[in-house]
Ligand binder design. Sequence first.
Ligand code: ADP
Ligand code: ASP
Ligand code: MG
Length: 287
Amino acid sequence: MKVFKFGGASVKDAEGVKNLAQVLTTTGDKDLVVVISAMGKMTNAFEQVVTNYFDTKSEVPSALNEIVHFHHTILKELFTSEKHPVFLKVNQLITELSQLLDKNKSKQHPFVYDQVVPYGELISTCIVSAYLLEIGIENTLLDARDCIITDTKYRDANIQWEETQQRISEVVKKKGITVTQGFIASENTHNFTTTLGREGSDYTAAIFGYCLNADTVTIWKDVPGVLNADPRYFNKTTLLHHISYKEAIELAFYGASVIHPKTLQPLQRKEIPLHVKSFYNPTAAGT
Ligand code: ADP
Ligand code: ASP
Ligand code: MG
């Protein structure tokens, strides 16, 4: 069993979703948990909805419309008919979110944030799972909130490991492909949604990897692997083929945004290898 994680950059448009499917076909692994982030920069767009909700409520509908438009553009490129049930499912998620905002009475920003922003991941996984089925890649869509259990520290929730381990063992099928959301979880007192912090989907992949005793965890990126410097700022970077857990933790801790800092620890505890590979070149070794 392996865990794959695809970040926002990998599913930023319809081509990205098609490429994700191609990566699954090329690698050919049959028993997989596939953790997916919100598409492109959608997490920022949902954050804007929350900001508007607290600061300029009248602008919430237009912020939501932008989100609807973005996903519909992708849906229309992926599916030939708008009668496909996925259109209805995505609309239902948006309706659910609007109703949640209408009914909400909480003035706690972190709480409201965690009820709103996860829709990015809920929508992306709904689309990707349906697309994979459409092209014949069988998979089960799992709500990560049924498995990843945390405390109530909204926006930076702490994993309740025992309960999470138990739920994952019970719920995740060891055979076949499971598609689920990164970044999102649920707290164990009232079952409200929580999040693991920005860029937390890498951490979600590590949690599944740890609890399932995965053979490997692979995070698929728009770079060939972990480089000796951030290619956005340096043009002569080299690929690090192997680094120790300790070095990777240091890199992440000092801000190499290629890996979320919390990702390494659970993997190190069970000596599960973490691969960082390019979704443009899935057969290359990466890091
Ligand atoms: P995701 O789509 O998974 O969220 P990110 O955009 O957060 O991916 O992370 C990938 C980016 O991390 C790369 O495009 C690169 O600009 C940046 N990055 C920063 N430091 C490094 C590094 N040391 N090696 C590789 N990429 C790095
Ligand atoms: N979608 C979330 C974010 O953009 C989590 C992630 O992508 O890792 O921060
Ligand atoms: Mg990211």
